[in-house]
Each structure stands twice: as structure tokens, then as C-alpha cells.
Ligand binder design. Structure first.
Ligand code: SF4
Length: 375
């Protein structure tokens, strides 16, 4: 089945500076990029015969747009030399608005990259500054226009909301401006702060408050309302697409337990009930590969019970929810029969609904998706 083809993720662990809210591992030692590219090609060789074929490739980070066109080409050539890549694969790259020129984007398009994810985060300069982003709203506008001119017809925009004291009208203005570009895909993430991030420390020091629960709900509902009114499908808690075919095929693999291979530092992989992940730090990653070893930090074998729980957690975050028949086939559990009383209760509270032989979260349910998984 087409949907069961595996996805390939390549993590580019370099960022010129650290955004205040970011807890992902990245380093600014860009002089290591050439060595990293050789290493990632070396890592591919370990998995040459493990996955039958891929139909999505995702270059994420970090900041993949710090790589030159030639370096991205080298990675894609190595991918094609080591793996079977299906025709009409979705090939995405994340870009930072401050990094891209029209020529750069045209070259990426020529390499066969057919989907762009632009980390715009906001069209408001004070918000961008507060988040510690390197780009301005003017650069964000330029990046989107240049991407269209370069021929990209599948562009996603990432946005963040829920900052301390953020006025909902400023957020509505960012959404309005975003919609004026008519992007194919939108990811709207609520700001959450890991204790190790600089912004968390700033919040603590200045006594700032993260958006409280009812405000967060207000932002979530307003976002959903504005974007669905504009014709978008709210298909996952944070994700919106203009049509079914414009949903992120790659990310859907994570939500559906479809196999995926992650290459690069900290990347995660999943196949046959097994999950493994790489060492996060770049130097140990490079060292392992130079010594002919897989740079795997740890792996775990998931029991059917663990997978079933995960599927519940992931399914309750998506509009399509959980298909009973598929769930039973995969995890051996009859969800409807096993959980009927609690399901009835949640239906009564308008948090879930039964649709097309599936258990689906309502919009109110999606807003509290993580707690729904506890049924
Ligand atoms: S560019 Fe992305 S990965 Fe890099 S620090 Fe900022 S949020 Fe984190």
C-alpha cells in the first residue's frame, strides 16, 4: 500500500545562532559541514538493504538552508545511490527566511526538491526578536515570494503563538498576513519552553508567564476557526493543509507508525516494532561513522501494548482519528468493545465522535488531545 512506504529523514544539526525557545541539539561549527556530509552518506550505507523504498525525504534541522546547493546535491545523490526512491516522492527541505536568495531556491527546485517548509514563526518583528530569530518579517515576505518565483507549488509556513502577554490581535494579524500568501500548508505551534532554553530562563528571571490554559485554548480555537474558514483542513493539532493531497506525507508517517529512517545526529528511526536513535552530539556521531560503526545511542523494542498506547496518543491528535478495524488488525485490541463506557462519556462531553468506523477527536477534543489518549 502506497501509504506504507517508509520515510527518510536527514537531520542537519547546524544553526548559526540559538533561538531562545529551542531545545533541539544544534551547533554553530559550520566548518564541520563537509565532514558531516561525508558521514551522513556513510551512515546511509549501513541501511542500504534495510528499507525496501522511500516515498518521502525530509531535510530538517537545525538549519538545512545553511548548506550550499552543491552540499544538498551531494546528500541527495548519496540518497539515490543507496536507496530506492519512489517516483513522485515528496522531497521537503526546511529553510530559514534569512538564508535564501531566489537563485538558491531555483537551484533547490532543480535538484528535485518539491516541498519547502519556511520557518517564518511570525510576521511581527518584535515577536521575532523576542524569539531570538535571525530573520526579519521583511525577509520572511521575501523568502515566500522568492519560493513561489522559483517554482515551488507546495510551501509550508511554520508559526509560533502563545508568547507571554501576546495580544490575540497581533496573532490574528500574523494569520491574516500568512493567508495573503496562500501557502499550501501551515504549522501553528504553541510555544512551550524546556527548562534548558534561554527563553525559559528569561521568563523565570523577568517573572513572565506562559500563556495560561484558557488563553491557550482561545489561541487554539481562534487559529482553527480562522484557518478552516479560509478553507484549510485542520488535520492534526498543529497542522493545516489546503487539500488532502497537501498534508505533509512525511509527518503523517510518524503519526501512523509507518516505518521511517532517520539519519544524522539525534535522528530517530522506526521499523518492525523497533525504535532507535542516534547520538545527539555531532563529534561522537562523526567519530562512530569514521570508525565504521552505526552512531546509534539506544534502541528499544516496543511491545504490542506499548504500540497500541502510542497509536492512541498519536491518533487522538489527528482529525482522522483511529480506525477501529486497522487498530484491531495492528494491535489486537477492540477499542470500541474494550473502552465503551469511557468512549460514551467522552462523546457526551463532545470531545470525541464516531465517524466512518473511526474514533475521532472533535475540535474541543483536539485541544486536549494528550489527555484523551489516557482513555
Ligand atoms: S533555527 Fe530552528 S533548530 Fe536552529 S536554533 Fe532556531 S529553532 Fe532551533
Amino acid at each position: 500500500m502506497k501509504n506504507d512506504q517508509a520515510g527518510l529523514y536527514i537531520h542537519i544539526p547546524f544553526c548559526l545562532s540559538k533561538c531562545g525557545y529551542c531545545s533541539f541539539y544544534s551547533i554553530s561549527s559550520v566548518h564541520l559541514i563537509p565532514e558531516f556530509i561525508k558521514a551522513v552518506a556513510g551512515e546511509m550505507a549501513f541501511y542500504k538493504n534495510t528499507f525496501h523504498a522511500f516515498d518521502t525525504i525530509y531535510l530538517g534541522g537545525g538549519t538545512p538552508s545553511l548548506l550550499s546547493v552543491q552540499q544538498i546535491d551531494d546528500i541527495l545523490k548519496a540518497v539515490n545511490n543507496n536507496f530506492n526512491i519512489e517516483q513522485h516522492s515528496e522531497i521537503t527541505i526546511e529553510v530559514n527566511p534569512g538564508d535564501v536568495s531566489l537563485e538558491y531556491l531555483q537551484q533547490l527546485r532543480k535538484l528535485g526538491i518539491n516541498r519547502l517548509n519556511i520557518g517564518i514563526q511570525s510576521f511581527d518583528d518584535p515577536v521575532l526578536k523576542f524569539l531570538g530569530r535571525r530573520h526579519t518579517s521583511k525577509e520572511a515576505v521575501f523568502a515566500f515570494d522568492a519560493a513561489r518565483k522559483a517554482g515551488f507549488d507546495n510551501i509550508g509556513i511554520d508559526l509560533i503563538y502563545g508568547l507571554s502577554g501576546q495580544d490575540i490581535d497581533v496573532w490574528k494579524q500574523t494569520l491574516k498576513e500568512t493567508l495573503s500568501f496562500f501557502p499550501e500548508h501551515l504549522s501553528c505551534y504553541q510555544l512551550s519552553l524546556d527548562e534548558k532554553t534561554p527563553l525559559y530562563k528569561q521568563y523565570k528571571k523577568e517573572g513572565l508567564k506562559l500563556t495560561v490554559e484558557n488563553e491557550a485554548l482561545d489561541f487554539f480555537m481562534t487559529t482553527s476557526q480562522i484557518l478552516t474558514d479560509a478553507g484549510y483542513i485542520h488535520y492534526e493539532v498543529s497542522n493545516f493543509a489546503r487539500t488532502d493531497s497537501l498534508k505533509s506525507r512525511h509527518n503523517m508517517k510518524y503519526w501512523r507508525h509507518t516505518p521511517y529512517l532517520g539519519l544524522g545526529p539525534a535522528a530517530h528511526s522506526f521499523l518492525d516494532c523497533k525504535r532507535w536513535w542516534n547520538k545527539a552530539a555531532v563529534k561522537p556521531y562523526l567519530k562512530d561513522i569514521s570508525e565504521g560503526k552505526k552512531p546509534v545511542e539506544k534502541s528499544e523494542q516496543l511491545s504490542t501494548k506499548q504500540l497500541a498506547l502510542e497509536a492512541l496518543f498519536l491518533g487522538m491528535r489527528t482529525k482522522d482519528g483511529i480506525n477501529f478495524e486497522l487498530y484491531k488488525k495492528r494491535y489486537g485490541s477492540d477499542l470500541l468493545a474494550d473502552k465503551r463506557p469511557i468512549i460514551d462519556e467522552l462523546i457526551k462531553n463532545n470531545l470525541i465522535e464516531l465517524k466512518n468506523d473511526s474514533l475521532c477527536p472533535t475540535l474541543a477534543g483536539m485541544a486536549v488531545a494528550d489527555s484523551l489518549a489516557l482513555i
